[in-house]
Design a binder for this molecule. Sequence first.
Ligand code: PLP
Length: 449
Amino acid sequence: MTFKDNFKVGLNGHLTLHSVDLVELCGRFGTPLFVFDENCLIENFERFKTAFEKVYPRVMVCYSIKTNNNVALCRILHERGAYAEVSSELDLYIALKAGFNGDKIIFDGPFKPESALRRALEEKVLLINVESLMEMERLNAVAGEMGIKQAIGIRINPFKDPHFSKYTNLVNLVNAAYCNLESRFGLSLEESHQAFKRALELENLSVEGIMTHPYHAAAKVLLPIIQTLQEDMGVKIKYLNIGGGFNPGNNLFVGSKDLIFDLLRRKIGLKSKLRNGRGASDIELIAKSVVGEIKQELEGSNEPSIILEPGRFLTSSAGILLVRVDHVKNAGGYKWVFVDGGNNLIPSFGAIELREVVVANKALSQSEEEVNLVGPLLYNEDFINLRVMLPKVSAGDVLSIFGCGSYSLSRSNQFLHPRPAAVLLNSTGKVKLIREKETFEDVLCKDRV
Ligand SMILES: Cc1ncc(COP(=O)(O)O)c(C=O)c1O
């Protein structure tokens, strides 16, 4: 199910969610306004969990807290039986606030200072996925001081430098130009044997897991290591952690290359193809194929529990951002629609993410003009969608931007504007404030003169 299934249009042409008029909601809470659908969040979680449980007997779904760290939303997932994946001491603090006990928390991430490790040990977290030999030694020392034997997993990075002569495509070349930034996470395949050997020597650590992220290469990369560990070192891996990377498919990710081809198509009179790629991911098919690969490779050995770390799949479609049109302007051959929230609230993440938009107070009107939808900031990257067809919009209209549940609240910032309120709607139309709108004073409250 996508968020849009719960929407209807009222007789007045207003978009509603669970019978709540979203235009009226903006009158009550102001704009911009984040709106989350409790039903959608729960259904996304249940669908994800069931997809994997149907094909594998031991599955742990660990919600990646950084995707959306609102305590009320995290609590909903906790109450449905999710585990939590945290990536910092702040994430850990939020998970605890949301009700997760240590035995439901796994700790990931390349940056774990001693204080964070100490806190994780105090809370008796289930598993710490270490990303370097230094971290392993540090954790062993802290655990020793605290008289604890801590379960760990080791994160493996499948990156292999193909050497310059083998960079046969543009993506590889661009990655190389950026120093292959991904390669800094976890331990390399070459280091993995040494890492497990050292971990087994450390008396305050118990080696229980192996991990990689994203999930795509997990079976190929991790399973040969598991086999070798069992044969050479007698180590039985309890947790096979295949990370996240589950794209919900509702938003369209495009690179500069896609935009160039699209522009050229339009220039010669062809229709844009950009919007054709959108559609919810078939998670059941993904689960079947990933687990199928794992089972095939695991043949004959003990079957570990599979840890999954979804983030966007659970939250992305469960959130919209309501913004109000401030003014419309013609410039450079385009119509620009300025709205009161943009990149400050839904920051882009590498690739450009184009989201679907509905004019909430004209939801029955036909699209009739092409506009560029831009936010209130002072830089070029502050856009929500480009060349999007909408009904004729004017100042005061309310736009509903879909697919805003991930990396929005948790990555929003106070650049030029305080952050907005967030509300949660349930299926009976109950509205609950889950984050208050910030004031100017809130923005300044830590400043000292
Ligand atoms: C280690 C780790 N686990 C899980 C996730 C969540 O991934 P996704 O939301 O793509 O499923 C991320 C996101 O980058 C991650 O870095």
